[in-house]
Design a protein around this ligand. Structure first.
Ligand code: PEP
Length: 250
């Protein structure tokens, strides 16, 4: 568990959600006040501004799902880190496996995006994780170490950085690693963080993502070195997401 931190539960809506779905964000915002964890919702960028009007003054924070690796300029269609801050968001998911897989994002791009995000005050949530084949080949730890060696921002305010361990084979499949696998992956991630940042590496939150549901959230969030969860499909409905959030332990 990261030193001095509350658990963090982050919902990733991916490419889902139109204005009518802001009602779900409103319900979440109304109910997070009593929760022990810090809660973040990452809707599509098109909803961020409207969502910020709903969540202002509540304990629900907002995040984006990606940002440009450039500060500004002639990059048609891209959204800069500064624009995300301007919309009222505080977090940005970077290096999600879907972006690595479908958009060819490398660790170096992730690093560049994370540095730009930090420079404007956003907290990057950097996703790392192994494929099914890598897991079977006992390469999980080596894969995580490489992704972090190449993808971590070179300088970091450690309490403004989150790492999400997301095994690719667990995303959207209903399958999850057993507790020992999560513990050993998170231990390896912590090792990479302290290699990169010294004692500051103990302050970075490490969350687990991949098929987190109300039925397994207490078990996952109860694990000793799990600082929270990144939730995809189960974050789309307030009722389901709030059940997961309620399972947090600090
Ligand atoms: C994700 O894509 O980040 C994720 C965790 O998805 P799901 O919870 O749907 O497996």
């Amino acid at each position: 568990m990261a030193i001095d931190s509350r658990q963090l539960v982050i919902g990733n809506w991916k490419m889902n959600g139109i204005a009518a779905d802001l009602a779900e964000i409103e319900k979440i915002a109304r109910n997070v006040g009593e929760l022990r964890a810090d809660i973040v919702i990452c809707p599509p960028a098109t909803l961020l501004h409207a969502a910020a009007n709903i969540t202002v003054g509540t304990r629900l924070s907002l995040g984006a799902q990606d940002c440009s690796s450039e500060q500004s300029g002639a990059y048609t269609g891209d959204i800069s880190a500064r624009m995300i801050v301007d919309c009222g968001a505080r977090f940005v998911i970077l290096g999600h496996s879907e972006r690595r897989q479908y958009r060819g994002e490398s660790d170096l791009i992730v690093k560049r995006k994370a540095e730009i995000a930090l420079s404007v005050g956003l907290t990057p949530v950097i996703c790392v994780g192994e494929t099914e084949a890598e897991r079977i080949g006992n390469e999980t730890i080596a894969v995580l170490e490489k992704q972090l060696r190449d993808g971590l921002p070179s300088k970091s305010e450690h309490d403004h950085l989150v790492i999400a361990y997301e095994p690719l084979w667990a995303i959207g499949t209903g399958r999850i690693p057993d507790g020992n696998e999560i513990l050993s992956a998170h231990r390896a991630i912590r090792g990479s963080l302290t290699d990169a940042y010294g004692s500051g590496g103990t302050e970075v939150s490490i969350v687990y993502g991949g098929s987190v549901k109300p039925e397994n959230s207490a078990e996952i969030l109860g694990l000793e070195n799990v600082d929270g969860a990144l939730v995809g499909g189960a974050s789309l409905r307030a009722e389901t997401f709030l059940k997961i959030c309620a399972a947090s332990r600090t």
